[in-house]
Design a protein around this ligand. Structure first.
Ligand SMILES: Nc1ncnc2c1ncn2[C@@H]1O[C@H](COP(=O)(O)OP(=O)(O)OP(=O)(O)O)[C@@H](O)[C@H]1O
Ligand SMILES: [Mg+2]
Length: 271
């Protein structure tokens, strides 16, 4: 049975779709079988970042409504054999996602893939709660600024209340992915420091992705950044985050700083 991950944030535009594509590709680059699922019905972004927008025939809503079978809607990546996309519809609205339909699709995907990575829409409404509902693990994407951290805090509350795991009284595994981090701006006080964010959210850190034009370049090429340039700084950070997601314990370095914060992270995990 595969693991279901939700990539969520509350606030919009913080890097959920970028991170879904990068983590999905990074796991597939390790030969794991991965499907990335676009829950942002109405906007449809993940297909662009994955470079598959011209190959979309059927989407998540079609499968839920029984207009298409799951294999008809899945798009295999042209670069990586083990990476698949289940796209969202650009035209239909979120009301077409039914809880029963989502459950059926996720269960079917879990039987075929090692990782089912759900790209959540922004906000705390229906689309976001449906995307997180069946998750085993949550990746909370946060930018180092007050409004993003505040919204992530609300999402953490929802993850502990509105998911199947929470309703069963089980602990939802949550990880913080700090994206668009700029060490210089954090040092000048224009952005929150890593410690400040960790202090407020107090969930274990999965990784720190630096702000970089490499991300935009990859997105314009229709490629997850880890595939476009495996050696640039954001890719290295995403590869490490993927390894942590798969259970490896690796030290985390703050971009722009040499000092590792390994001890601190694991002290928190143990707490
Ligand atoms: N590390 C980064 N460095 C520079 N730009 C980034 C980085 N991560 C994301 N971006 C840019 O930020 C913008 C928003 O990213 P993305 O679409 O992934 O966010 P999102 O959280 O999925 O947004 P939405 O809430 O609208 O779905 C994009 O233009 C993306 O290229
Ligand atoms: Mg998005």
């Amino acid at each position: 049975m595969g693991k279901v991950i939700v990539v969520t944030s509350g606030k919009g535009g913080v890097g959920k779709t970028t991170s879904t594509a990068a983590l999905g590709a990074a796991l597939a680059q390790r030969n794991e079988k991965v499907v990335v699922v676009d829950f942002d019905v109405g906007l449809r972004n993940l297909d662009l970042v994955m470079g598959a927008e011209r190959r979309v025939v059927y989407d998540l809503v079609n499968v839920i409504q029984g207009d298409a079978k799951l294999p008809q809607a899945l798009i295999r990546d042209k670069r990586l054999e083990t990476l698949f996309l289940l796209p969202a519809s650009q035209t239909r609205d979120k009301d077409n996602l039914t809880p029963e339909g989502v459950e059926r699709v996720i269960n079917e995907l879990k039987n075929h893939f090692d990782w089912v990575i759900c790209d959540s829409p922004a906000g705390i409404e229906r689309g976001a709660t449906l995307a997180m509902r069946h998750a085993d693990v949550a990746v909370v994407v946060t930018n180092p600024e007050v409004s993003s951290v505040r919204d992530s805090d609300r999402i953490i509350g929802l993850l502990d209340a509105k998911t199947l795991k929470a309703e069963r009284g089980e602990r939802m595994e949550k990880h913080l992915l700090l994206t668009r981090f700029d060490a210089g701006r954090a040092e000048r006080g224009d952005m929150l420091k890593v410690d400040d964010v960790l202090e407020i959210l107090s969930i274990p850190l999965l990784g720190i992705i630096p702000e970089s034009t490499d991300v935009l370049r990859a997105s314009n090429l229709g490629s997850p950044v880890t595939l476009a340039d495996a050696r640039c700084a954001p890719s290295l950070a995403y590869f490490e985050a993927a390894r942590r997601l798969a259970g490896e314990q690796l030290p985390i370095t703050i971009p722009g700083e040499k000092r590792g914060i390994f001890g601190k992270i694991f002290a928190r995990r143990a707490a």
